[in-house]
Design a protein around this ligand. Structure first.
Ligand SMILES: [Zn+2]
Length: 301
């Protein structure tokens, strides 16, 4: 699916609704209240009607599309752009490309799509697994991005070779914290876990009860020793950092997990031609992200 396909196949509101209906109700549309089969009313609003409980609703009722004044075609195009942008795309860029009236609208649109780009099932990783930590960002309100680590966020990366990636925003890079991510994401049957020679890694493996652990001696300047290396998780980190520096500029710690989910979702579907459809499916089935929930607490960024 590319931009031309989307604009041809989903050029009208009706065509967009048709796809959303199939994704939301794979077995045919059902009443949101009583689950009875419904009929589509021949009206401009494309409402479904339930005879059993006399209820009317649209295919976007109770989804992220609800309460949006944007055309569905705009939503579809923005979704494609987010799916296609390996390093992410900024709300500013989306606003310009799609001619959206305000930055706030574009920002909220991107966040709602991003919210749907979250993996619901995360099976335990087995086989050959790499794990590493990195530091990203650190925005100071007045000074923009700053360099000292105190103000940075820890990201834990775990990746199965030739397989799935997981990113987590961690509170620190201490062994107890790392052990938690190992237990929650790496199978007990894992063949081997590769990390660098940071002492926290060795202690974390012990705490998590995973003893098939090999380290590459980064402190001695060694980066590959046979198949012992952490290069594949590091390449995912570099994609993340290029995304943060080049595209998003102003991610606050509060929104970092959403960006990590987005990167992870896209990365794990990099060979999957259904990324766009998968994202749309999540958008009509996932719980709704409201503006208040998104901006609650800290400032928006
Ligand atoms: Zn009903």
């Amino acid at each position: 699916m590319n931009l031309m396909d989307v604009n041809t196949m989903f050029s009208t509101d009706a065509k967009c609704r048709e796809l959303l209906t199939r994704l939301r109700f794979p077995e045919g549309p059902r009443c949101l209240r009583c689950k009875a089969p419904v009929v589509l009313l021949e009206t401009e609003k494309h409402l479904f009607y339930c005879k059993d409980c006399d209820y009317q609703f649209s295919v976007t009722a109770g989804t992220v599309f609800n309460d949006s004044h944007l055309q569905l075609n705009t939503w579809f195009t923005a979704t494609l752009l987010l799916c296609e942008a390996k390093k992410g795309i900024s709300a500013c860029q989306i606003q310009r490309t799609l001619g959206i009236g305000s930055y706030k609208t574009a920002w909220y649109l991107c966040h709602r799509i991003r919210h749907a780009m979250a993996q619901t099932d995360k099976p335990m990783l087995d086989g050959k697994v790499e794990m590493d930590t990195t530091y990203v960002g650190g925005r100071n309100r007045n000074k923009g991005w700053v360099a000292w680590p105190d103000n940075k966020e820890v990201v834990v990366g775990i990746r199965k070779r030739n397989g799935d990636l997981r990113f987590f925003q961690a509170q620190d890079a201490k062994s107890g914290t790392l052990a938690k991510y190992i237990r929650e994401n790496i199978s007990e049957d894992v063949e081997v876990i590769f990390t660098d020679d940071n002492m926290a890694n060795t202690a974390a493996m012990r705490k998590a009860g995973r003893d098939n652990h090999k380290t590459i001696n980064h402190t001695a300047g060694s980066y590959v020793d046979g198949d012992i290396h952490t290069n594949t998780v590091e390449s995912a980190f570099s994609l993340l950092k290029r995304g943060i520096v080049g595209t998003w500029h102003k991610i606050s710690a509060k929104h970092l997990p959403a960006y990590l989910e987005e990167m992870e979702f896209r990365f794990n579907r990099r060979k999957n031609s259904d990324l766009f459809i998968d994202t749309l499916r999540h958008m009509v089935t996932a719980p709704v992200l409201t503006f208040n929930k998104l901006t609650k607490g800290k400032e928006a960024a």
